[in-house]
Design a protein around this ligand. Structure first.
Ligand code: SF4
Length: 195
């Protein structure tokens, strides 16, 4: 479903983390939705990081007085889904499978709860292709195309995270994105030593 103003409709918002959720919540409230937050992120590694991101989302939910529902954590299941794609760069095929994995679960949860609409905070990231996320999301009924990058959403999410003192991680979520982020930091440090 394309972006539109609505009145008093429930929407299940798949939240990857609190910082990305900040601006998405603002926008969905402005659209007229009643938001239910959904934390289901088997991709996040390690488990402690998953816990930490959930705890931050709770802080944000309290701030907005929103309900949060959490799924159980099964990282092995997610690993099996992306098997063979471990060396893909962020933004590649592994990420498309990861989007599908999380949106499929979100869709099922929305159906179970009798919530007509669902969407995801994933489009706020400037590292993620919103059209790719829409392509995946539109496989499922009730998906709402929200491009949260629009209206300077990414920059606003950083500002709101600072204002609310939210923990903001330095990698997307899985161990492969952590590996690449650490490698990038190392290369940057080595480069600056040689200047
Ligand atoms: S980099 Fe992010 S989107 Fe891509 S597979 Fe890993 S957790 Fe999923």
């Amino acid at each position: 479903m394309q972006e539109n103003k609505v009145k008093n409709e429930d929407i299940l918002l798949h939240c990857c983390c609190a910082p990305c959720s900040t601006t998405c919540i603002e926008e969905l409230i402005d659209d007229g939705y009643n938001i239910i937050l959904w934390f289901s992120n088997d991709n996040i590694y390690p488990k402690e990081e998953n816990e930490k991101r959930f705890a931050e989302l709770i802080k944000l939910a309290r701030f907005h007085n929103l309900k949060v529902i959490r799924n159980s954590y099964d990282h092995d299941k997610w690993l099996a889904a992306v098997s063979g794609l471990e060396n893909e760069k962020e933004g590649g095929e592994r990420c498309s499978i990861c989007f599908d994995y999380n949106l499929n679960i979100t869709h099922k949860k929305a159906l179970e709860l009798g919530i007509k609409y669902f969407t995801t905070t994933l489009t706020v990231s400037r590292y993620k292709n919103s059209l790719k996320i829409f392509e995946v999301g539109n496989k499922y009924s009730g998906f709402v195309e929200k491009n949260f990058k629009k209206k300077n959403g990414y920059a606003r999410s950083i500002k709101l995270s600072k204002d609310l003192n939210l923990y903001r991680q330095k990698y997307c979520g899985c161990e492969f994105s952590l590996r690449d982020a650490l490698l990038f930091e190392k290369q940057r440090a080595e480069k600056s030593k040689n200047i």
